[in-house]
Write a protein that binds this ligand. Structure first.
Ligand code: PLP
Length: 464
């Protein structure tokens, strides 16, 4: 049986033989460096509120802390929130007191991440039980809770601006809804998000404001970027972003990998994770869990025809696709995956290491649709297009695997979020979960915006 273990010197040396040293070891503050190497290292609070380092790289923890062998041996006795706490406290334990950290994890996660066994040894990890019914809830809810902790501590208010083409906005809106001292402003392109997605952004009210921009997603992004670069606005208001490259959204995604390991470890089989990937944040978080000592046999990066990373794994050449290609798995229509430098950094920027630990596969819309159909026929189980791609990647990988394994594909969204496509493939009407159904009858409230920055700025100056 081949098992890939990252060498976890800290836990081997200190965890087992010198447990006391580990205790004092973890007392120092975690520093975050920029993957571009030109910005100074910062603590977690600055990394979260700054979002992007000034050199336009990505913040990464200076070291990935190892959890003790004892933790990995006994994690099956822990709850999701206890496992989340152990991981979070290895990163933030010094800056956030333990009781507060556990409390904010409990506040973020009141939903489960079950692995449903479709047939012997084949599991679907359902990451859609959060408020927006997509896996981005795991990152957004944690980030909201951590930001709120620091804002309370410093007695500060903040405005968060986000541009969304769909799923991110819903998770951010839900994640920050009702959080004190934070106002959220979400810009989305008029007529270019699905009805359910639009309702998720526009019906919450309170501290969540939606802006319907008469333009494209790129226009929304430009307006947000211009705001962050505007000296006058920066001086007047505390502005922050909540986009997916924020380190506080990345780290919590490792929680569900460790949790899945804890639930499957009693089977005694090596674990394979197939991850439907776009910006490669999700899979990077899995690799972080592995570097913390979680035994993993293989990671699989499954994409749609925006196959930049599978092509890189094949050839060693990273070539962005510009513009990205539209597909039915549109949350993965990414032509230049923003977390790719992180994934590489986790393997010491060594191509042969990345290639060894991550296998890449990509699929067309036709193949995706056929998979949705097959999973329905074979297992009576409904999946969204992204999840179908993870399933396909897993099946292709398993053809090359000789050992028995626990094979897990990640379900990143509930099928009902992509209802028209899934219904068209299956040729029948499908049930919509109550949480989404009730949204459809709620009243949309959004402010119409033009695409010019001057108009947006005047609006902000008058209304913030
Ligand atoms: C965002 C998203 C993905 C891609 O995740 P990355 O972390 O960007 O790789 C996959 N599926 C769904 C449903 C998503 O919303």
């Amino acid at each position: 049986m081949r098992q890939i273990y990252f060498i976890c010197f800290q836990s081997l040396v200190f965890g087992i033989y010198f447990p006391k040293i580990v205790a004092s070891f973890s007392q120092k503050e975690m520093q975050f460096y920029s993957t571009n190497g030109k910005s100074k290292e910062v603590g977690i609070e600055e990394a979260i509120f700054q979002g992007l380092p000034p050199d336009n790289g990505l913040y990464m923890p200076k070291e990935i802390p190892c959890l003790s062998q004892e933790f990995w041996d006994t994690c099956d006795t822990l709850t999701f929130n206890q496992i989340a706490f152990e991981i979070a406290s290895a990163f933030f334990g010094q800056e956030i007191p333990k009781e507060e950290l556990q409390a904010l994890i409990n506040q973020a996660y009141d939903f489960d991440a079950p692995s449903v066994e479709l047939t012997e040894g084949l599991y679907c990890l359902e990451l859609f039980h959060g408020p927006s019914m997509a896996f981005k809830d795991f990152g957004a809810r944690f980030m909201a809770a951590v930001m709120s902790y620091f804002l309370k501590k410093n007695n500060r208010d903040i405005h968060i601006l986000v541009a969304t083409s769909g799923d991110t906005g819903g998770a951010v809106a839900q994640g920050f809804f009702g959080v004190d001292q934070i106002q959220v402003h979400i810009l989305y392109p008029k007529g270019k998000v699905s009805e359910i997605q639009e309702k998720q952004l526009t019906t919450l009210g309170a501290n969540v404001k939606a802006y319907e921009v008469d333009g494209t997603f790129d226009d929304c992004q430009r307006l947000v970027k211009s705001t962050f670069l505007d000296e006058e606005l920066r001086e007047k208001y505390n502005l922050a972003s909540a986009n997916s490259i924020n380190i506080a959204r990345l780290i919590p995604q490792s929680f569900y990998y460790a949790y899945t390991y804890s639930r499957l470890k009693k089977k005694g089989l090596p674990i394979v994770f197939s991850v439907p990937s776009g910006n490669f944040g999700n899979i990077s978080a899995g690799i972080i869990a592995a570097k913390m000592g979680m035994p993993v046999h293989q990671f699989i990066a499954a994409t749609n025809v925006n196959k930049v990373v599978p092509a890189y794994l094949e050839s060693g050449i990273f070539e962005p696709i510009n513009p990205s290609i539209s597909t039915i798995s549109n949350a993965m229509d990414v032509g230049n995956p923003s977390n790719f430098p992180r994934m590489k950094a986790l393997y010491g920027d060594d191509y042969s290491e990345v290639k060894k630990h991550v296998k890449g596969y990509f699929y067309t819309d036709e193949e995706t649709k056929a998979a949705i159909k097959k999973i329905d026929e074979k297992y009576g189980y409904l999946v969204c297009p992204h999840t179908a791609i993870a399933y396909l990647g897993l099946q292709d990988y398993l053809k090359t695997e000789e050992e028995p394994v626990s094979a897990v594909f990640l379900s990143t969204a509930h099928y009902a979020k992509f209802l028209p496509d899934v219904e068209a493939v299956l040729g029948r009407e499908l049930a919509i979960p109550e949480r989404l159904q009730s949204l459809l009858s709620k009243k949309k409230e959004a402010r119409a915006l033009e695409t010019d920055y001057a108009g947006f700025k005047a609006f902000l100056l008058k209304n913030l």
